[in-house]
Ligand binder design. Structure first.
Ligand code: FES
Length: 228
């Protein structure tokens, strides 16, 4: 059988089940070492291509409702508001949404205990991506990742806050830092409403909320301690 010079020896191996490489080596006068070098180069090129594709996918995610872009969630009524003392994960006040990798906080305006008032409250809410709804309630979309070393942070009904199981970083229900090794408060996404639905822009992450002090803490610290 003649050798088709448009194919590489490796392609012949696949097509013929073996034997082509020897013939090709002989025909081209190439050493086995040269052929090996070419094969390694081909493999590395392929791996490099895959790595580049992954990196580009992260940098430029598919803008079609995937994580990294705007994601439309359920209608607002699916996320009932609660006061700080009545929060229950996925029932009222705090909801986890897998597609956005975020917790949606919906805090009732009635009885919300703020540590700030007036302009200071308004300015800090704006800086920390709070959204005030027409009925006086408040929303925040918190990224699930602990800002210490990246563990997923669960919400704890028993102490109305987020407590990281890895090294104990502790965040209020609005993501504000409470205690532990975390360098700042939880990161949060830009969120909005469209046609009555909650929309989270997972391409816009605010990673600049410092540990709060008396001038910046929005929400009163929880009145209960986490058991462990
Ligand atoms: Fe959360 Fe360390 S990763 S406290």
């Amino acid at each position: 059988m003649g050798i088709d010079t448009s194919r590489t020896p490796q392609e012949y191996e696949v097509l013929t089940g073996g034997g082509a490489e020897a013939g090709e080596l002989s025909r081209r006068g190439l050493s086995r070492r040269q052929m090996l070098r070419r094969a390694v180069g081909l493999s590395l090129g392929l791996l490099g291509g895959i790595a580049t594709y992954d990196a580009l996918t992260m940098l430029y995610p598919n803008l079609s409702g995937q994580f990294g872009s705007k994601i439309t969630l359920k209608d607002k009524a699916s996320y009932p508001a609660a006061s700080q003392t009545a929060v229950a994960l996925d029932e009222k006040g705090i909801f986890y949404e897998q597609s956005t990798k975020a917790y949606i906080m919906h805090l009732s305006g009635d009885g919300a205990r703020f540590d700030l008032t007036g302009e200071a409250l308004t300015n800090n809410m704006e800086a920390q991506n709070w959204v005030k709804d027409g009925d006086g309630s408040y929303w925040v979309a918190l990224y699930q990742v602990c800002v210490h070393l990246g563990c997923k942070v669960p919400f704890r009904n028993d102490c109305v806050s987020f407590k990281c199981p890895c090294h104990g970083s502790h965040y209020n229900m609005d993501g504000e830092y409470l205690d532990g090794p975390a360098p700042r408060s939880l990161d949060r996404f830009t969120m909005s409403f469209e046609g009555g639905n909650v929309v989270v822009d997972t391409g816009k992450l605010n990673q600049h909320i410092q540990r709060p002090d008396a001038q910046t803490r929005i929400l009163a610290v929880p009145g209960v301690q986490c058991a462990a």
